[in-house]
Design a protein around this ligand. Structure first.
Ligand SMILES: *[C@@H]1O[C@H](CO)[C@@H](O)[C@H](O)[C@H]1NC(C)=O
Ligand SMILES: *[C@@H]1O[C@H](CO)[C@@H](O)[C@H](O)[C@H]1NC(C)=O
Length: 416
């Protein structure tokens, strides 16, 4: 009898240890605290005209660990590269504008500012590549000028005319900030607006902190994702406000897995929501989204893939989330972009929803591919609005949820 009890206690303890071990790992493994602005190596005042050369020269000669400060006024510039260890600091009141001249960004094929079948003809406005310890700081603004008329064209980056050929509809426009093959990169407090394409994207970057930034771009702009960690690990996105025309945050894995990602205490306005996928071929895991309010996004918590992209998405925890005016509050979809198919098998499992509250009606979708590999999710303390629609196919949902949400405002959704 005694033996048996000890055994079951041991088992319980083992389960608890296992669960808490997993809970501990489902996040950025670093200890992340609020960043501090680096000391400055040079301080620039805006003059007029194209200031690319001045800013780039200051960045190139800045000592590691320090920042080039744009102190006041409006700076206009073409593409910039932030060297390893160096940062850019845009002061409160200063604005850095990306000149809307496609020739400055063209990668050589003279396609930047046009549509074609691939859409990779432009370099980004700001590039961080192979860097360690670089960043972008300050309470100023970086404006991608997506809505301004392009030099030598009649339209803006956002309104490049249709080509008339359905196979050539990819816009060649710059991303605002692209960070590749880097480590220990920080974005702090800066406001980003009007990117022609994605605002921030990383590739194979381990150690990435996005803290207290604002993204404020019209909901009508296409493909203007907020922050997209791709094939990156140890990522924290905290205390940000993101309103834009596409995914507010999208975790992707096109060339490497994305794992250990914490999305903490953020607010999303317009946009397509908190996404994982659809390009998640290398897998996404150990992701925690906690303290999120969404007001007026089209989707809320979304995981998307298809048989063309495949990918295993596992160990994802959503905690303390509150939504209002969201059409699809939860959408786990393995048939994203219905016509995009291939031979891969996406898998979504070990997905947990804890303390999720949705104050307005919406459609909840759990659309798996087969009963042999259903979508597996657990609901705990999930309160939705009466009259919502629930669509499940090849999904195994456990736990409980109730149509008992009341109230009209989200407050801080348990944000700390
Ligand atoms: C993530 O951070 C932890 C803790 O600092 C570190 O041990 C690990 O190597 C990091 N992972 C990557 C891929 O850099
Ligand atoms: C950065 O990574 C992206 C995505 O992998 C890639 O498309 C782009 O060409 C890379 N840029 C550079 C400068 O390596």
């Amino acid at each position: 009898m005694k033996m048996k009890m000890q055994f079951s206690v041991l088992c319980t303890a083992a389960v608890v240890v296992f669960l808490s071990l997993h809970a501990v790992q489902a996040k950025d493994l670093r200890t992340v605290t609020e960043p501090k602005n680096p000391a400055t190596c040079a301080s620039l005042k805006a003059t007029s005209g194209d200031e690319s050369k001045t800013i780039q020269a200051a960045l190139n000669s800045c000592a590691k660990g320090k920042a080039v400060e744009l102190s006041s006024g409006t700076f206009s510039s073409g593409p910039l590269t932030i060297p390893s260890g160096v940062s850019l600091l845009v002061n409160k009141g200063a604005v850095l504008k990306a000149l809307p001249n496609p020739a400055l960004y063209d990668l050589g094929a003279k396609t930047c500012g046009t549509r074609d079948d691939v859409g990779v003809g432009c370099k980004p406005f700001i590039t961080i590549h192979g860097a360690t310890g670089s960043g972008i700081y300050g309470q100023g603004i970086i404006d991608g000028q997506g809505g301004e008329t392009m030099t030598g064209h009649k339209e803006s980056w956002w309104k490049i005319p249709e080509s008339g050929d359905s196979a050539k509809e990819n816009q060649n426009v710059p991303r605002l900030i692209q960070i590749n093959d880097s480590a220990d990169i920080t974005l702090y407090q800066i406001t980003l607006k009007n990117s022609p394409l994605y605002h921030v994207a990383t590739s194979k970057t381990n150690g990435f902190t996005v803290w207290g930034i604002t993204i404020d771009t019209p909901s009508s702009s296409h493909n203007t994702d907020g922050v997209d960690p791709m094939g990156s690990q140890n990522v924290t996105i905290a205390h940000c406000r993101i309103s834009t025309g596409d995914d507010n945050v999208a975790i992707k894995a096109i060339t490497a897995p994305s794992r250990h990602i914490s999305v903490l205490n953020n607010h999303f306005g317009a946009g397509h929501g908190m996404s994982i996928g659809s390009e998640i071929t290398y897998g996404g895991s150990d992701i925690t989204v906690s303290g999120l309010t969404l007001d007026g996004t089209t989707n809320g918590l979304r995981i998307k893939s298809n048989t063309f992209r495949g990918g295993l998405v596992s160990g994802v925890t959503y905690t303390n989330v509150c939504m209002r005016n969201v059409e699809h509050p939860i959408i786990l979809d393995m048939e994203y972009g219905h016509h995009v198919t291939g031979n891969l098998t996406p898998e979504f499992r070990d997905i947990a929803f804890n303390n999720v509250k949705v104050l307005t009606t919406g459609t909840y979708t759990f659309d798996g591919l087969s009963d042999s590999r259903p979508i597996q999710a657990t609901m705990n303390d999930v309160h939705i609005k009466k009259g919502s629609k629930w669509v499940t196919s090849h999904a195994k949902l456990s736990g409980t949820w109730a149509e008992d949400a009341t109230g009209t405002a989200c407050g801080n959704a348990g944000n700390v």
